[in-house]
Design a protein around this ligand. Structure first.
Ligand SMILES: Nc1ncnc2c1ncn2[C@@H]1O[C@H](COP(=O)(O)OP(=O)(O)OP(=O)(O)O)[C@@H](O)[C@H]1O
Length: 235
């Protein structure tokens, strides 16, 4: 079986700073994976590298059959993709533009997701509240047909009701065979979704485990995650 993601000996430096060291990670198809780490651990950096938004690393990153950054961009739907958009655009314009740029963008899915999440097509990006900006990111990310979805802290600053709507969207819209990686440092937000947990600490992968195995040992995913930090969430 083709793995969804295979990373070997990934090392990445920026501005004379080592950001990731000897990262090895393999993820199977069809799982929801929590990428858990403290602030500054390297979650966003790792996602940008996988998505092909950051380059010039050592080692290899393979998404399905796609190895180079251009090929990976076509296989990975990354929530950070929206960061370069014109803040004056309206929500509807985002969809129109993406439909022109990306062969795998599904406008119908996007409009349905917007309805489900209560997003107004006519609102300009810059006028959206923080929560609505997070919803837009989620809608854009899930509206692509990709092998791998990377959701970078989708629930940051999100209230409980909105979080429920977003969790439902993820469960409903994530294609069965795709793999979803969700980064977070508040494990409780995503614990119920997770099949697998990857802990990133000190610039590398500290652990990888199936959520069911953690629970079978009488621990919650949150307790498991916290056990790597001894109550101190510094990376
Ligand atoms: N271009 C860069 N040059 C130098 N350092 C960088 C650069 N980009 C990120 N960093 C540093 O790399 C580290 C990892 O950052 P990253 O954003 O990947 O962490 P994170 O785990 O996503 O954190 P958070 O949970 O706070 O979002 C941080 O110390 C950050 O300051």
């Amino acid at each position: 079986m083709t793995e969804a993601l295979m990373i070997k000996q990934l090392n990445y430096r920026r501005n004379q700073k080592q950001l990731l060291t000897d990262v090895n990670l393999t993820l199977p198809q069809g799982q929801i994976v929590g990428l858990l780490g403290a602030n500054g651990a390297g979650k966003t950096t790792l996602m940008r590298l996988i998505a092909g938004s950051a380059v010039n690393f050592r080692g290899s990153i393979q998404v399905g059959d796609a190895g180079d950054a251009v090929a990976r961009k076509a296989q990975v739907s990354f929530s950070g993709m929206i960061d370069g958009f014109n803040p004056n655009w309206r929500v509807g314009q985002v969809a129109e533009t993406l439909a022109e740029l990306l062969a795998d963008f599904r406008g119908e899915d996007f409009y349905q997701l917007c309805d489900l999440l209560g997003l107004d097509q006519k609102q300009r990006i810059k006028r959206l509240s923080k929560g609505n900006q997070r919803k837009l990111r989620l809608a854009v990310t899930l509206s692509r047909r990709a092998q791998l979805y990377l959701l970078d802290e989708p629930f940051d600053g999100i209230d409980v009701m909105t979080r429920k709507a977003m969790l439902n969207s993820i469960l409903k819209w994530a294609p069965e065979l795709a793999t979803l990686v969700i980064s977070d440092h508040h494990v409780t937000d995503i614990e119920q979704l997770l099949d697998q947990v990857v802990v990133i600490k000190a610039r590398t992968i500290a652990a990888q485990a199936q959520a069911d195995d953690i629970r079978a040992q009488g621990q919650s995913v949150e307790q498991y995650f916290e056990s790597f930090f001894g109550g101190d969430l510094d990376d």
